[in-house]
Design a protein around this ligand. Structure first.
Ligand code: GLY
Length: 551
């Protein structure tokens, strides 16, 4: 019998030691994932189901109109791979569509409407996972999502809250008011949301695999809708879309093996850099002030290199091996003053601020009884993406083009800066921060990840540090622990409200850090752990997702 420990919601609720565990941002998705395991599926089948259901019940975060990364471990031969289903830029894209003749960004161009949307990768990712790694046909693994889209589900308080925040986007968007609003108002908790057209698109994928999305009537409807909404997609952008299997970033931290997302996600590289730097210091608790100073300085250097060097490695040469190496970390660590923050002037940055929209995306983690594992972080970028739904498809399109860099000093919605490495180019994939990660040591293995734009990287960093520091794994403690975040620019350290003492703030301020309390807690981390001793599995979901009104 499958069971789920801790705070994630189980389909079974059975009180026996679990061998499999699933943690996702929505109980209906977790429940459907367990159902696949019970029907003879493996972790990869469950991953297809969870992703598809999340796209129905959390349409504001991810779905068929988006992209993402699946990090896989196959127990039988210990094969590990990252399935890159990141969106690609359409062939007709140019930077000049997003900035005026003076190089000033056109307001909203990367965030709303047809120009904001990249070519989705999730449908191809689902078909690829099922075909290459799963045991069940898509008609089985997609069935729960199809039923929930067709018959509807009662929206939860999180949906209602996010719809309220994005009410104006949904009112102005293409087909979004009709689908997601209740008489032109954000729906209340409990509202029955039916998405019959999305159900039909899922059925087309269940029957035809990725051809059901990237060819034929769905593809034609998507292209027509994007063009009508000011974009420049062509049918060949869809028919040419390809999943890429990539070697993950792999490194060690204090005896643990860490496996994380490779480019075009910055996650693994930046995580490796920061942890390699921190390994040079006798760091114990990431939240004591002396250690927090070191963590912030390591993040400063990691994010500085993200900005300088990282982009889609199929298009630009990135010195990845150097960046993730221990000797580079040694030289970067040597520049840290244990008593003082490194001044921003030393980093030669003159940025223009961007308006923050939202910190969205979704993450789920799966481990099955055989030890197959999946960490998946999927996104349509900001809440409800570009606000464009191609009418007959029910597919809400992403606004992932905003993850490209429009030019030196021009920040995106997550205040991230970038350079030529992450410049817009046809068919290129925008740099991401999504960081599905495995952490393995003698205790066992943890699969971890979170939504939250640039903050994903610091959240996962804390997850690794806390796991490695713990003698006995406290998974709920890991996903619940207080967070702070730094990303080189802006030169501030964001801190969660009501989480750090006045003494803590004073100690960090004395070292020259500018602390910025944020008005909401952030993240919705989803973690599973399987013991290396007895194979018992447990799951934990971040209480911020539902109870604490976090991002
Ligand atoms: N769209 C957010 C990310 O990929 O990092």
């Amino acid at each position: 019998m499958l069971a789920l420990a801790s705070v994630a919601v189980s389909a079974t609720g059975a009180d026996v030691p679990a061998r499999a565990a699933i943690a996702s941002a929505h109980p209906l998705a977790t429940e459907a994932g367990y159902k696949m395991l019970q029907q003879g599926g493996n972790a990869f089948d469950a991953a297809v189901t969870v992703a598809a259901v999340l796209g129905v019940v959390e349409p504001y975060s991810a779905g068929l109109g988006g992209g993402g990364f699946w990090l896989l471990h196959r127990a039988a031969d210990k094969f590990e791979v990252m399935v890159d289903a990141r969106e690609t830029a359409p062939a007709a894209i140019t930077n000049s569509l997003y900035v005026d003749e003076n190089g000033v960004p056109v307001p909203g161009a990367t965030l709303k409407g047809g120009k904001a949307a990249g070519i989705p990768g999730v449908p191809a990712g689902l078909a690829h996972l099922a075909r290459r790694y799963g045991r069940l046909p898509l008609r089985v693994s997609l069935a729960p999502a199809i039923a929930l889209a067709r018959d509807g589900f009662n929206i939860d308080s999180r949906f209602a809250r996010i719809a309220k925040v994005r009410e104006s986007l949904l009112l102005e968007g293409v087909n979004t008011a009709r689908i997601f609003l209740d008489n032109n108002h954000a729906p209340q908790q409990g509202y029955l949301l039916r998405q019959p057209q999305l159900a039909a698109t899922l059925e087309a994928i269940a029957l035809q695999g990725s051809n059901g999305f990237y060819l034929g009537p769905v593809a034609q409807a998507l292209v027509g809708a994007v063009k009508a909404a000011g974009g420049m997609w062509q049918e060949s952008d869809l028919s040419d879309y390809k999943i890429v299997e990539r070697a993950p970033v792999r490194f060690s931290y204090r005896g643990a093996t860490i496996v994380s997302a490779s480019l075009p996600s910055s996650g693994g590289v930046t995580l490796a850099q920061t942890l390699n730097i921190l390994e040079q210091f006798p760091l114990v608790d990431a939240r004591n002030p002396a250690s927090a100073h070191l963590v912030i300085e390591a993040l400063r250097r990691g994010f500085q290199d993200r900005m300088r060097y990282l982009g889609d490695s199929d298009f630009v040469k990135v010195p990845t091996a150097t960046l993730v190496g221990k000797s580079y970390a040694h030289s970067r660590a040597a520049s840290i003053d244990p008593n003082l923050a490194t001044p921003i002037d030393a980093l030669s940055i003159t940025p223009l601020a961007a308006k923050s929209e939202s910190y969205n995306t979704t993450h789920y983690s799966v481990i099955d009884a055989d030890g197959n594992r999946v960490g998946a972080t999927l996104s349509i970028n900001s809440w409800f993406g570009s606000g464009v739904v191609a009418a007959d498809t029910g597919v809400l399109l992403n606004n992932e083009i905003d993850d490209f860099s429009l030019g030196a000093g021009l920040a995106n919605t997550y205040h991230l800066l970038g350079g030529a490495a992450n410049a817009i180019a046809p068919r290129k994939r925008p740099l991401s921060s999504m960081s599905p990660t495995f952490v393995e040591d003698a205790k066992g293995v943890m699969v971890i990840g979170a939504p939250g734009g640039s903050r994903i990287i610091s959240m996962v960093l804390f997850g690794v540090l806390d796991y490695v520091n713990q003698g006995k794994v406290d998974l709920l403690g890991i996903v619940t622990a207080p967070r702070y975040h730094h990303q080189c620019w802006p030169d501030v350290v964001e801190i969660e409200p009501d989480s750090f003492s006045a003494e803590w703030i004073a100690a960090l301020t004395a070292k020259g850090h500018q602390l910025k309390p944020v008005n909401r807690k952030w993240g919705n981390m989803q973690a599973v752990f399987k013991s290396g001793v007895d194979g018992a599995a447990q799951a934990a979901s971040d209480p911020r997702g539902f109870d604490m009104g976090g991002y």
